[in-house]
Design a protein. Structure first.
Length: 404
C-alpha cells in the first residue's frame, strides 16, 4: 500500500518534470516590442509601449528595462505578478504620476531607477511596501515635492538618490518608514523643511543637507530623526534658527554645520537626553551673535573653528558663552571677524576686545530699544558700571544653565 503511494508520487514528479521540460522547449513568451535576452532578462527600451506588458512578460523576469516608452501614469500594482523581479528601470519615460502602491507585490525587487523623467511629485505611498528594496534612484527628474509616507514600509532601503531635482519643499513625514539607510542626499535649492519632515527616519549612515536656501529652520524640523552616523548641514543659507529647531533630534554621532550662512540663532539647544556626540561648527558666517542663554551644548565634543562672527558689542557674550568651551584663547585664534569693516576676515585675536563696548541690552536686559551701542564707546566711566552688571548677569545665567 505504502510503496504504491510512493510509486505514484514518484510518477507524478516525473510528469511534472516532463511538463516543465516541454514548457522550456516551447517558445518562451516575450512581448513583441521587447528583446528577451533570457527568461530572466528583458529589455523593452524605446519600444513605443503605452502600457506595461505585464501579461506578456515571462513571470521569471529578474531584470526588466522599460526605458524611453510612454508611461504617463504608473498605476497601482502595475507590475503585480512579476514576483521574481529584482531590478527595474523606467528611465526616460514621461511619467507624470506614480499611484500609491505602484510597485506592490514585488517582494524581491532590490533596485529601481526612475531617472530622466517628467515626474514632479513623489506622492504618498508611491514606493510603499517594497520591503526588500535597497536602492531607489530618482535623480534628474522634475520632482518638486516629496509627500508624506512616500516610502512607507521600505525598511531595507540603503540608498535613496534625489539629486538633480528642483525640490523646494520637504513635507512632514516624507521619509517616514525609512530605516537603515546608508546614505541620503538631497538636491540643491530646498526652500522649506516642514516640521517633522525627517520624522520616522531611523538609522541613517550619512544624511547630507546641502545647498538649501531656507528663510528659517523652524521648531520641530528635526524632530523624530534618530540614530544618524553623520548629519551634515552644509553650504546652505539657514536663515534664522528658531527655538526648538533641533528639538527631538536624538542619537547623532556627528552633527556638522559646515560653511553655512546663518542670519541669527534664536536658540540652539542640545540637551544631554538627545545624545549628540560630536558637534562641529566650521566655516559658517553667523550674522548676529546669539544670546548667551540661547545656546547650550550638552555634547561630548564641540569644535568651533573657522567661523565668522560680527565683532560688535555682542562679542563679549560670545566669548563668555558656550561656543568657546572655556578656551577664549583658542576660540579667538581660530575664528574670524566679519565686522567692523577693517577687521573683516581677520582672526578675532587681532582685535582689542577691551576697546569694544558692551551692548546696552547686556547691561539692562529689559531695555530692548537701543540694541547697539556705538562700538566706539571705549573706556569711559560708563564701562565700569557695564562690567559689574554683566558679571552679575553672567553668574545668573550660568546658574540657570546649571553650569555652576
Ligand atoms: C506621454 O507621451 C505620449 C506619447 O508621446 C503622449 O501621448 C502623452 O500625452 C504624454 N504624456 C504626458 C503626461 O506628457
Ligand atoms: C529579499 O531578498 C532576499 C534575497 O536577496 C530573499 O532571500 C528574501 O526572501 C527576500 N524577501 C522577501 C520578503 O521576499
Ligand atoms: C515646539 O513645538 C512644540 C509643539 O509642537 C511645543 O511643545 C514646544 O514647546 C515648541 N518649542 C519651542 C522651543 O517653541
Ligand atoms: C572642552 O574642552 C575640554 C578640554 O579643553 C574638552 O575635554 C571637552 O571635551 C570640551 N568640551 C566640549 C563640549 O567640547
Ligand atoms: C570715536 O569717536 C570719536 C569722537 O568721539 C571720533 O573722533 C572717532 O573717529 C570715533 N572712532 C570710530 C572708530 O568711530
Ligand atoms: C563720566 O562721568 C561724569 C560725571 O559723573 C559725567 O559728567 C560724564 O558725562 C561721564 N562721561 C561719559 C562718557 O559718560
Amino acid at each position: 500500500m505504502v510503496s504504491g503511494v510512493v510509486w505514484r508520487f514518484g510518477l507524478a514528479l516525473i510528469l511534472v518534470h516532463v511538463a516543465a521540460l516541454t514548457m522550456i522547449a516551447s517558445p518562451p513568451s516575450c512581448p513583441p516590442e521587447c528583446i528577451c535576452l533570457s527568461q530572466t532578462q528583458v529589455l523593452c527600451n524605446s519600444g513605443g509601449l503605452r502600457e506595461i506588458p505585464v501579461k506578456l512578460l515571462p513571470a521569471t523576469v529578474e531584470h526588466l528595462s522599460l526605458t524611453r516608452n510612454h508611461f504617463p501614469v504608473i498605476r497601482s500594482d502595475a507590475f503585480s505578478g512579476l514576483r521574481a523581479l529584482k531590478k527595474l528601470s523606467l528611465d526616460g519615460n514621461n511619467i507624470s504620476i506614480i499611484k500609491p502602491f505602484a510597485f506592490r507585490g514585488l517582494p524581491r525587487l532590490k533596485e529601481i531607477s526612475i531617472q530622466q523623467t517628467t515626474l514632479a511629485t513623489v506622492a504618498q505611498f508611491s514606493f510603499a511596501g517594497l520591503q526588500n528594496i535597497s536602492a531607489i534612484y530618482l535623480s534628474h527628474n522634475r520632482i518638486k515635492k516629496v509627500e508624506g509616507y512616500a516610502f512607507a514600509g521600505t525598511t531595507n532601503l540603503k540608498l535613496l538618490v534625489l539629486s538633480n531635482n528642483p525640490i523646494v519643499k520637504i513635507e512632514s513625514n516624507a521619509f517616514s518608514g525609512l530605516s537603515i539607510v546608508e546614505r541620503l542626499t538631497f538636491p540643491s535649492g530646498v526652500r522649506l523643511l516642514e516640521p517633522d519632515c525627517f520624522n520616522g527616519l531611523d538609522t541613517v549612515g550619512y544624511l547630507k543637507l546641502a545647498y538649501m536656501d531656507l528663510p528659517f529652520v523652524g521648531n520641530g524640523t528635526f524632530r523624530g530623526l534618530t540614530n544618524v552616523g553623520v548629519l551634515s548641514i552644509q553650504e546652505s543659507d539657514l536663515g534664522v534658527i528658531r527655538p526648538g529647531a533641533f528639538e527631538g533630534l536624538t542619537f547623532i554621532n556627528n552633527l556638522n554645520f559646515l560653511n553655512n550662512k546663518i542670519d541669527s540663532i534664536q536658540e540652539m539647544m542640545f540637551g544631554p537626553e538627545q545624545r549628540i556626540r560630536n558637534v562641529k561648527f566650521q566655516g559658517n558666517h553667523i550674522l548676529d551673535i546669539p544670546k548667551i542663554d540661547s545656546i547650550y551644548f550638552a555634547v561630548n565634543k564641540l569644535t568651533v573653528i573657522a567661523n565668522h562672527f560680527p565683532c560688535d558689542c555682542h562679542i563679549h557674550a560670545l566669548l563668555e558663552g558656550p561656543l568657546t568651551n572655556d578656551s577664549v584663547y583658542e576660540f579667538t585664534a581660530r575664528n574670524f571677524c566679519i565686522s567692523p569693516l577693517e577687521y573683516n576676515g581677520r582672526p578675532m585675536n587681532e582685535l582689542d576686545f577691551d576697546s569694544i563696548g558692551r551692548c546696552q541690552e547686556e547691561v539692562t536686559r529689559s531695555n530692548l530699544e537701543s540694541r547697539d551701542l556705538p562700538s566706539n564707546t571705549s573706556k569711559n566711566n560708563y564701562s565700569v558700571l557695564i562690567v559689574t552688571l554683566t558679571i552679575t548677569t553672567l553668574a545668573w545665567t550660568r546658574i540657570q544653565l546649571g553650569l555652576v
